[in-house]
Design a protein around this ligand. Sequence first.
Ligand code: 3Y8
Ligand code: NAP
Length: 250
Amino acid sequence: MILGGTTEARQLAGALAARGDLTVTMSLAGRTQAPVAQPVPVRLGGFGGATGLAAHLTAERVDLLVDVTHPFAARMSEHAVAAAALAGCPLLALRRPPWTPGAGDRWREVAGLAAALGQIGPAPKRLFLAMGRQELGPVVDFPQHRYLVRSVDPIVPPLAVPDVRYIQAVGPFAAEDETRLMREYRIDAVIAKNSGGSAAAGKLAAARTLGLPVYMFARPALPPAPSVADVPAALTWIDHWRASGTARAE
Ligand code: 3Y8
Ligand code: NAP
């Protein structure tokens, strides 16, 4: 079973489904109204904490749990480690490396939105919030800014600030589109999560092109687990696991 919700999860599922010697299921939280289609059957919704997930692993006789959730889905990853241990189920985590600033990048690493807004200061700015909508609360304490907020689904109720525009979109986002968007809205600064991967990196290239600062949320710590950094490494690891015949004892 793959804990998904990322580009890599969908790609890994597709590659494993092609093998024919594995039965693959994709698990999503059901956070969005219309999730992208997956190449394998999907299970939607939470498990009821780590014990719920452990019970599911045992009941469904899952032979391998692969955590390919987003780096900011820390609770899910914590539950995956605990549940795999509880159920005696092998676990592999695919953890994509964080982005690192390169020449021309103007990054400020912050803990989250409140810290970013605190650092930005009192002068009104035009801010591109490309960090989703689960942590937008702090904007109400900074009503002086013009916000451009991007999310997958509509944000209801709307944010209680006087000057906000909404964009509904699912990545991946191309750098040239991001540059055009930021020019159109005359953005002064970008606020982002250090998600890594390529789908959301376009805004970083755009910020570099436009010489804009990026307030980058540091990643939450994740519990140790057997891990790889990308899909090819995950496929190699799974090959070795399969060859070692460590499917759970009957
Ligand atoms: C529900 C599945 C695929 C997966 C695509 C990746 C790339 C596009 C970039 C920006 C950044 C953000 C957000 C983002 C990206 C991929 C990947 C990724 C960022 C879907 C998806 C689900 C979610 C949940 C959603 C969160 C939100 C975060 C938008 C599907 C499309 C900002 C993270 O309540 C909510 O609206 C929750 C939204 C969690 C973070 C937040 O705090 O709001 N992802 N995103 C999964 C589930 O139900 O289990 O609906 O199809 C998946 C993808 N989103 O198959 O190609 O691989 O990361 N997702 C971030 O990185 O900052 C957008 O706008 O620049
Ligand atoms: P989270 O805070 O780590 O998890 C909260 C709870 O949501 C979990 O305890 C679990 O509920 C449920 N859950 C999370 N991921 C799940 C999955 N793949 N399958 C089944 N249940 C899941 O998670 P999140 O940050 O809200 O992320 C939710 C989903 O969106 C994940 O699939 C993640 O990969 C994807 N995503 C998140 C981000 C982000 O920025 N956070 C970005 C892109 C994609 P129970 O305790 O009831 O089991």
